[in-house]
Write a protein that binds this ligand. Structure first.
Ligand SMILES: [Zn+2]
Length: 365
């Protein structure tokens, strides 16, 4: 019920301070198109966190390349992630395809990944948070994001770290308070769906677990379909190097879900995969060139996996002319989205659950 959503965000347009990375190269057309806004949380529990802000690119990226067929013009999806780079690693193909079909994508990033180190030297006076914000903007441009909302929470670090309970940490925040704020974004945008992490936080990072809780609560408040971002752990075995392997070693927790629990799989085209690679690479303070150039990149990053709660929504409409996963990965097939339970040879079909909840589907030969 939207009437129950607290109006916690007050929008106050202001000029955003320039960032060193922009000053070096000059603003891109994307950045010039931004309508920068900053909003603040009224809730005193959020006091002390870095300012939440957002930019809005208006219609700068809304290039409907669908030629009418499968157009998603008029549809909006809110995609929520914990840190800069998650949007590219876990949902880059999905976001780019939504934008290419004419949908509006609003990216909500909860923290700036401000703990940890930078692989690239920072400029004098530059902070990691500022660098990562610039990287996030560049990745957003590549992926066709229309609006970026920063919740301004602090990175919570790995499970059990003292940073988990820092007063400004995302993991220490009240999920219902943040969900109320995100619900207002959903309401403002008349969004059709929200995308957020799965219940285990994909690999157990406390910030990703928090994004699951916030996203699920937001879906409950607004009634929109929610898609949980996950990974197919059977697919991402060690023969397919993926950034999640190191992340899961850091948390010492399992990652993803078994293949037979995946409900929706988006398979990249070659063009989409090129964009995803560039968007991941935009996060150069965190991503090594070797992470993008290995031989198994296409097979590791050419798929994105989801669970769905609620009625079929806009992500279910991303498909092309069927599911094709050739022996060389995703390069040869058309843009596709696969419902594993509907693949040829599937033995099990389960009914939609009108009241929401996950359908568990099985791929069986
Ligand atoms: Zn993350």
């Amino acid at each position: 019920m939207l009437c129950a959503v607290l109006l916690l965000l007050s929008l106050t347009p202001l000029e955003f301070e320039s960032r060193p990375t922009r000053a070096l190269s000059g603003p891109s057309l994307f950045q010039q198109a931004l309508m920068i806004q900053q909003f603040s949380f009224d809730d005193p529990a959020l006091a002390g966190s870095s300012p939440a802000s957002s930019f809005n690119a208006g219609n700068a990226y809304l290039g409907d390349r669908s030629n009418g067929a499968g157009s998603l013009r008029g549809r909006t999806v809110v995609v929520m992630h914990a840190h800069p780079d998650d949007e590219a690693i876990f949902t880059g193909v999905t976001v780019r395809r939504l934008a290419d079909r004419g949908a509006r994508v609003v990216l909500v990033t909860a923290t700036l990944g401000d703990l940890g180190a930078s692989l690239a030297p920072l400029a004098p006076g530059e902070t990691l948070a500022r660098r990562r914000t610039a990287e996030l903007e560049r990745a957003s441009e590549l992926l066709g994001v229309s609006r970026l909302v920063l919740l301004g929470k602090r990175d919570s670090g790995l499970p059990g770290a003292a940073d988990n309970v820092h007063p400004a940490a995302l993991a220490a925040a009240d999920p219902s308070t943040l969900a109320s704020g995100v619900a207002k974004v959903v309401e403002q945008e008349s969004a059709d769906a929200i995308v957020h992490d799965d219940t285990s936080g994909i690999y157990g990072h406390p910030d990703h677990v928090a994004v699951n809780r916030i996203g699920a609560l937001t879906a409950r408040l607004t009634g929109v379909t929610s898609y949980e971002t996950t990974v197919d752990r059977d697919h991402l075995h060690d023969a397919r190097p993926h950034l999640i392997h190191a992340a899961a070693r850091a948390t010492a927790l399992p990652y993803g879900i078994p293949a037979d629990q995946v409900e929706l799989k988006v398979t990249a085209t070659g063009e989409e995969l090129d964009v995803k690679r560039a968007a991941i690479g935009a996060h150069s303070s965190q991503i090594k060139p070797d992470d993008l150039s290995h031989a198994a990149f296409d097979d590791a990053y050419g798929f994105e996996w989801y669970l769905r709660s609620g009625a079929p929504g806009v992500l279910d409409l991303l498909g092309g002319a069927g599911s094709h996963r050739g022996p060389g990965g995703c390069m040869s097939g058309p843009a596709s989205v696969e419902r594993p339970d509907r693949m040829p040879g599937s033995r099990e079909h389960r009914d939609e659950q009108p009241g929401g909840g996950h359908r568990r589907c099985h791929i069986a030969g």
